[in-house]
Design a protein around this ligand. Structure first.
Ligand code: F3S
Length: 400
């Protein structure tokens, strides 16, 4: 790889041990993927921050890295961790877990990384612009940034995103290149998804069918931002999709730039989504309703508040969102409405990276295929899939 003089100096350790370690990792990555040089990135989104997923080895690595002088040199934000850092007792998180999670938070703070703890930084303060280069690690946020915002990021691992945060660079390969952003498959919809669950199921079907291809979807109508959020998150969970185009909707597929000719075609009917739901969803009844994978937007919290206002919930409801969205939702009275009904609006964490089994949750209603995909392996918990609206109705009526 061709490095600039400054990059050579960092690699030689002239700017300290931590920057050297970070540069070494990125150079190794660049060599593996045949990158010719580094590019500067505007922001990093760092995953692998929950004690639930990184354990003691990850905690010690972060503390050592911070002690070695690692400091963010660009805007760097964090994925959800294993608990709401203020409301963890109300969530039922064990104190031993909380103590380790708080140590992780202190290490990131020492590194100058913003303690945002959300997988939807684009709904908070870190919303990239079209064409900006990023080093983001959260797969759902990667899909959203590339597809919906037209920014450019590969699907980084947590350590690579952290290294980019420290040296402000990433190797130039993959989705940073125009030639790698062209669609590879043409998807023809036989129907239009009608709610958030159907967008989840569609994404899950695409990821399972296409692996890490780049679909060009036509016939989808005018999906909203949250619909696209769910589509991307589910496609990234069941496969490795990091970029999708929606004809006439997403920025790189506007004005007929891609016509789909010559691409491998795939038709999708309602029966395909029914099959995904049957395979992924439990038929059991659960005491819990968990919403917010990816983190809920302000509009979704407003919708939930509208549904539960003045009611008393019969099931336990937790809504996961970011601190920034929660603060705005609080100003608008949404949090009061949800919590007066008996629900909890948690931030900093989510249903996948919090210790569900220690919280006594063995299954839940949710609208998220990503959560349904990961909950069984990470927590031994099952998911019963419903639309967001139906999940809230289940919480109100206490029936399946
Ligand atoms: Fe976000 Fe957690 Fe789902 S990080 S995408 S809410 S698994």
């Amino acid at each position: 790889m061709e490095l600039t003089k400054e990059e050579e100096r960092i690699l030689a350790g002239e700017e300290g041990e931590a920057r050297q370690q970070a540069m070494r990792l990125l150079v190794a990555l660049g060599r593996i993927f045949g990158a010719k040089r580094m590019i500067r990135v505007r922001s990093a989104q760092i995953s692998g921050v929950s004690y639930r997923t990184i354990g003691d080895a990850g905690l010690e690595f972060l503390e050592d890295f911070a002690r070695a002088g690692a400091r963010a040199s660009i805007r760097a934000t964090l994925n959800p961790c294993g608990m709401d850092l203020r409301r963890w007792r109300r969530m039922g998180v064990p104190p031993e877990f909380a103590e380790k999670q708080l140590r992780i938070a202190r290490a990131f703070k020492r590194m100058g990384i913003e303690l945002t703890w959300t997988c939807t930084p684009y709904y908070a303060s870190n919303r990239p612009r079209f064409g900006q280069s990023l080093a983001w690690a959260e797969s759902s946020a990667v899909a959203f940034a590339n597809s919906v915002l037209g920014a450019r990021t590969n699907r980084e691992g947590g350590p690579a995103a952290l290294a980019s945060a420290v040296v402000g660079r990433t190797p130039l390969y993959g989705l940073h290149l125009d030639s790698e952003r062209e669609p590879t498959h043409s998807i023809r919809m036989g129907f239009k998804p009608s709610n958030d669950l159907e967008y989840n199921l569609l994404g899950y079907f695409l990821g399972k069918s296409l692996g890490s291809a780049i679909p060009l979807i036509s016939g989808l109508g005018r999906p909203g931002l949250d619909d696209l959020k769910y589509l991307g998150a589910s496609a990234a969970a069941s496969g490795g999709i990091a970029l999708f185009h929606v004809e006439g909707v997403t920025p790189e597929a506007k004005r007929g730039r891609f016509d789909g000719r010559g691409l491998e075609a795939l038709g999708i009917g309602e029966e395909d989504l029914v099959a995904v739901k049957d395979a992924l969803s439990s038929s059991r009844d659960f005491d819990w309703v968990l919403l917010g994978c990816p983190h809920l937007s302000l509009a979704e919290l407003g919708a939930i508040a509208g549904l539960v206002r003045g009611k008393r919930l019969r099931k336990r409801l937790i809504c996961f969102t970011s601190r920034a969205v929660r603060a705005e939702a609080s100003r608008r009275g949404y949090i009061r409405a949800i919590e007066r009904a008996g629900g909890l609006v948690a931030c900093d964490t989510c249903m996948v990276v919090s210790p569900l089994e220690a919280m006594g949750i063995d299954g839940a209603y949710t609208n998220s295929c990503k959560a349904a995909h990961y909950m069984p392996s990470l927590s031994g918990a099952e998911a019963a899939l419903r639309s967001l609206r139906d999940c809230v109705h289940v919480a109100i009526q206490a029936g399946p």
